[in-house]
Write a protein that binds this ligand. Structure first.
Ligand code: URA
Length: 210
């Protein structure tokens, strides 16, 4: 981890109830401790409007993690990521990699639904991103696939347009990171699906799946 990334990571954990695990290394932070912490979170106003916290789900030792934007209505109701129409499409993308949902881990930048599915507010991302960083630190996957610009920009701490950077591998904390289009965007822009499927082929290659 380079110094800038380390600083960003530690800053993002401050006040989240989990920083002592990383600062003091007294106890190992476990996935279940983190889940408990996140489910009880009241750090931002979304805690007042959410129905359920959507921590994420899947294989906690996954080689591949998908990071989306924020829970929508269905996810908020069920407490699971990507269970609506976009989720069905994400399932197809995962199949293209030669994997299924249970093989990968799926989570979001925001763990709570923004009202009326509006875009995440930068202040909300600031308050929530430490949870994502901690999840990735615990899973330590081989590859991360950022679904859309919010996921990519949060992980890389930049403000890039997805059309400019999609399909190009970069690194997050020494882990390969591939940005691609968000499934909701693909539902609205079918002509881009081909590119997203090409990206899934790249993931397959990196993971050495036949
Ligand atoms: N869109 C997202 O970004 N995440 C979800 O969990 C569902 C839809």
């Amino acid at each position: 981890m380079d110094a800038n990334k380390a600083r960003q990571f530690l800053e993002a954990l401050k006040g989240m109830g989990i920083e002592s695990y990383f600062f003091e290394r007294k106890n190992e932070l476990t996935f279940s401790a983190l889940r408990k912490e996140v489910r009880a979170c009241k750090r931002c106003p979304l805690a007042q409007t959410r129905t359920t916290v959507v921590f994420g789900e899947g294989n906690e030792r996954a080689d591949l993690v998908f990071v989306g934007e924020a829970p929508g209505e269905d996810e908020d109701a069920q407490g699971k990521p990507f269970v609506g129409r976009a989720g069905k499409f994400l399932d197809q993308m995962i199949e293209r990699v030669g994997l299924s949902r249970k093989d990968v881990f799926i989570c979001n930048v925001l763990k709570c639904r923004p009202p009326k599915n509006r875009e995440p507010d930068p202040a909300e991302v600031e308050m929530c991103k430490g949870y994502l960083f901690a999840q990735l630190q615990l899973i330590r996957p081989k590859v991360i696939c950022a679904l859309g610009r919010h996921a990519y920009n949060t992980l890389m701490n930049v403000d890039a347009r997805i059309t400019k950077i999609r399909g190009q591998f970069t690194e997050y904390n020494g882990v390969k990171l591939l940005p691609t289009y968000h499934p909701s965007f693909l539902l609205r822009n079918q002509e881009r699906v081909k590119e997203a499927y090409e990206d899934m082929e790249k993931l397959k290659e990196v993971l050495k799946i036949r």
